[in-house]
Design a protein around this ligand. Structure first.
Ligand SMILES: [Fe+2]
Ligand SMILES: [Fe+2]
Length: 271
């Protein structure tokens, strides 16, 4: 079997979304089969690109230039699905990137099991969103998408604890806050396939946030640091702006993120 870090780099260097997710799912299945057989596969080394490969479309625009569409219209719902597809594609790369980027840090096998599983689930999520777009007569790439989705990865390219704090514990946790509202939009429009797809995403994202919290706490333990203090310092260092309430406190708790981690970083917090 190809060493895991090399698999991760191959996914990052694949530009087409559907091809990327097919590769990602195939590698994940290989890893999981080896682990289920009791093997300890090699992690190896990689030289991942600073930015993952991307297809010509969608055009990437600065967030303020991406046209806003109202979710009450079919076009608005297509734009919403397109935005989620774009997030999922970046998430596939983010999860493989954490494996490739930090391959020289000594970590337990469980770290790799978790991120391979998360990458596999993100690949499924991207495909689900593409299926919904195609059923609605559109496709991923038909609309412009946000540039700057990779900013957090770039900023934390040499800081594994910073990466865990900002990507799963801030950005993916934010997904838990906003997804129920999105599900409601499609439920009201009676778009059952989109509702089912988003419910799958919502359920599986909890575990990605939980992996972030688990490995963040693990590394705090390794370095004898206070997790809450370290989290606050890292988010202030790498995340630009305050966290936005309302927070999904229940799902955040399920994922191992207590309120005193995020409330003090929120725009509503006054001390
Ligand atoms: Fe996802
Ligand atoms: Fe995720």
């Amino acid at each position: 079997m190809t060493p895991l870090a090399e698999m991760a780099e191959a996914v990052l260097r694949c530009a087409d979304g559907r091809e990327k997710t097919a590769l990602s799912r195939r590698f994940a299945a290989q890893w999981q089969a080896a682990r289920a057989a009791g093997e300890t596969p090699e992690i190896g080394h990689a030289a991942p690109p600073m930015h993952p490969a991307r297809a010509q479309a969608p055009a990437l625009l600065s967030p303020r230039d991406v046209p806003r569409r109202r979710p009450g219209t079919p076009e608005g719902r297509i734009a919403l699905l397109h935005a989620v597809a774009h997030i999922e594609l970046n998430a596939v790369d983010l999860h493989w990137d954490i494996i490739a980027r930090f391959c020289d840090t000594r970590l337990p096998m469980g770290f790799y099991d978790d991120w391979v599983r998360a990458a596999d689930e993100e690949s499924k999520h991207f495909n689900l969103m593409c299926d919904c777009l195609e059923a609605a007569g559109s496709h991923y790439g038909a609309l412009p998408a946000h540039a700057g989705m990779w900013r957090a990865a770039e900023d934390t390219a040499t800081d594994l604890m910073g990466r865990l704090a900002v990507v799963p514990m801030v950005l993916e946790a934010r997904g838990l806050d906003v997804t129920p509202g999105m599900i409601e939009v499609f439920r009201r429009a009676r778009e059952a396939d989109a509702v089912t797809a988003l419910e799958t995403i919502y359920a599986e994202e909890v575990s990605h946030v939980a992996y972030g919290s688990k490995w963040f706490h693990f590394l705090c333990g390794r370095h004898d640091e206070d997790p809450k203090e370290r989290f606050h310092a890292l988010v202030r260092q790498y995340f630009h702006g305050a966290l936005k309430p309302p927070f999904n406190e229940e799902k955040r708790a399920e994922a191992g993120i207590p309120p005193d981690f995020y409330w003090p970083l929120s725009e509503d917090f006054r001390d």
